[in-house]
Ligand binder design. Structure first.
Ligand code: NAD
Length: 322
């Protein structure tokens, strides 16, 4: 079997057209969406991510700003930067870039976000709503995983919901930003879900679960963690990992996923490539969530918000769900 490639670039291009139309519509109504990022330190992946997000936001006509802090910034400075952006009415959504420097607690910074501008759903309220299957925002990477799966599964008129309800979904990696939300979204679709992390690998349990997966999502950050022998023939495999490795032959740096692509592709029914799979959809989804946050701000009474009172009852699920 040679797997069908699930093409993230073409999915992202279609999504981008929708987001572009939404940005135009909101801008015409005087509510131009604005994205702001907070970058602390000079981690290469965080800076690379910031550049990609900036380019996309600007090309779509969104407002964009980035607060860059030095690597030795105090936690209070990062918290203050987040608070300042959340108080700015021109900013619809705020993204805190990871990794933060070691002296800065992610939890403290996430708590400083305004939940209505927390487009990656990392504030405890939004993470809780997602776990309760009532998401306000669906974080961009997990949303992209299901956008790609839904797109693949719905071709030829199939019902993706039917497939999920009959499938065992195995998620490798359990981070708060990727693995756990993927588990929540798979459970919300009625799948039978197994979550594995580094402890499963240390206990020798990983292959037992990955070889049973009908749908396999891998987000561990370990290049080539799983090979063809680790997966079931006919699996649908989503590779979230983005790892920079040195090519021994050429010395050049290239990006690879957590799957050994070629050997898994020989067994799988479908597979996402790296690069060109989950990544391009993720950036676009972040802007989609920025648009959703701009709509939310429009729908929320600013006077009540200024007084710290809750906004009107909103059913935001249809607005922002994957
Ligand atoms: P993380 O380091 O926060 O979490 C990694 C998770 O994998 C942990 O739960 C850990 O226990 C688990 N793990 C580590 N080694 C393992 C092993 N040998 N076996 C099983 N589980 C193991 O990382 P993250 O932020 O969740 O990111 C994971 C990967 O996804 C990284 O490569 C990252 O670059 C990539 N990523 C890609 C996108 C995208 O849009 N494509 C977005 C975010 C992250």
């Amino acid at each position: 079997m040679t797997a069908e490639l699930i093409d993230g670039r073409s999915c992202a291009a279609r999504l981008r057209e929708q987001v572009q139309a939404d940005v135009r519509e909101l801008t015409a109504r005087g509510a131009r969406p604005g994205l702001a990022t907070v970058l602390a330190g000079d981690s290469y992946p965080a800076r690379a991510y910031e550049r990609r997000v900036r380019d996309l936001a600007e090309s779509l006509g969104c407002r964009y700003s980035c607060v860059a802090l030095p690597g030795d910034a105090a936690e209070a400075d990062v918290v203050a930067a987040v608070g300042g952006l959340c108080a700015d009415p021109r900013v619809s959504g705020v993204l805190v870039l990871r990794p933060l420097p070691p002296q800065v607690s992610e939890a403290a910074v996430y708590r400083a976000l305004d939940p209505l501008k927390d487009i990656e759903a990392v504030h405890p309220v939004n993470a809780g709503l997602l776990a309760l299957e009532r998401p306000r925002f669906v974080p961009s990477t997990p949303a992209s995983v299901f956008h790609l799966l839904d797109t693949y599964l719905s071709r030829d008129g199939r019902d993706p919901g039917e497939v999920y309800r009959r499938s065992r979904v195995v998620v490798v990696g359990r981070s708060a930003n990727v693995g756990k939300p993927v588990v929540s979204l798979a459970m919300a679709r009625g799948a039978t879900v197994v979550s594995c992390d580094v402890h499963s690998a240390r206990a020798g349990l990983l292959r037992e679960h990955t070889t049973a997966a009908d749908i396999l999502v891998v987000a561990a950050g370990v290049p080539g963690l799983l090979r063809g022998v680790d997966v079931k023939p006919g699996v649908i495999a989503v590779d979230v990992g983005i790892n920079a490795v040195h090519d021994e032959m050429t010395g050049a740096v290239r990006l690879v996923g957590d799957l050994d692509h070629d050997s898994v592709a020989r067994r799988a029914a479908a597979i996402t490539p790296v690069p060109g799979g989950v990544g391009p959809v993720t950036y676009t989804w972040l802007l989609r969530n920025t648009v959703a946050a701009a709509r939310l701000a429009l729908a929320t009474d600013p006077v009540r918000r200024a007084k710290g009172l809750p906004g009107p009852e909103l059913d935001v699920r249809e607005l922002v769900s994957a």
